[in-house]
Design a protein around this ligand. Structure first.
Ligand SMILES: [Zn+2]
Length: 86
């Protein structure tokens, strides 16, 4: 059962670098991560860390989160939308 939940969590938006959540600015990462429900208990997540990380030469924003209810930790992946230079 835990494996199924884990697989579902990874398939959800932000669950992996394959399915990053697109954001307009880094500030949105904390907002969206904070209102994403825990994949196990639907509890609320606390953002422990928010870092920039390059995976396979693509830049991502990664939020390390901990569920305030069950303590599950996971990482949520975000990608900044390409911004045009004016
Ligand atoms: Zn939880």
């Amino acid at each position: 059962m835990a494996d199924d939940l884990e697989r579902l969590a990874r398939a959800a938006p932000g669950g992996s670098t394959q399915r990053p959540i697109e954001v307009e600015s880094p500030a949105q990462v904390d907002v969206i991560a904070g209102r994403t429900p825990c994949s196990r208990c639907r509890g609320s997540l606390r953002v422990d860390e928010h870092v920039a990380r390059v995976v396979d030469e693509h830049p991502y924003r990664v939020a390390a989160v901990t569920c305030t209810m069950c303590g599950t930790t996971r990482e949520l992946f975000f990608r900044l939308k390409a911004s045009r230079l004016h």
